[in-house]
Write a protein that binds this ligand. Structure first.
Ligand SMILES: [Zn+2]
Length: 94
């Protein structure tokens, strides 16, 4: 059990390092901007539209999502979804 815990901790630490390296690499590559908003379904880093499947993943907020065009890390802001619903784009069930 202790061995399992140790391995789990080592694994998550390794993942953090990989992520950190990727983030630092991105930051250098993308002139300081590694994380961008997917505003209205458009990547604010490269202005390319983001696939609805990727937006869905973003909205679930379960995993990191990278723009398939510029490779930046994408994030989603909850209120954008509300605004779209308020504009009549979608039927919303409370
Ligand atoms: Zn992009």
């Amino acid at each position: 059990m202790a061995e399992y815990e140790r391995r789990k901790a080592a694994l998550s630490e390794g993942m953090d390092r990989t992520l950190m390296r990727r983030y630092e690499g991105l930051r250098k590559l993308k002139a300081g901007v590694a994380i961008v908003k997917a505003d209205g379904g458009v990547c604010q880093g490269c202005n390319m539209s983001v696939a609805p499947r990727i937006i869905n993943t973003l909205q679930r907020n379960e995993e990191l999502v990278f723009c398939s065009n510029c490779q930046r890390i994408l994030y989603w802001e909850g209120e954008a979804r509300v605004n779209r619903a308020a504009a009549g784009g979608e039927a919303v069930t409370p």
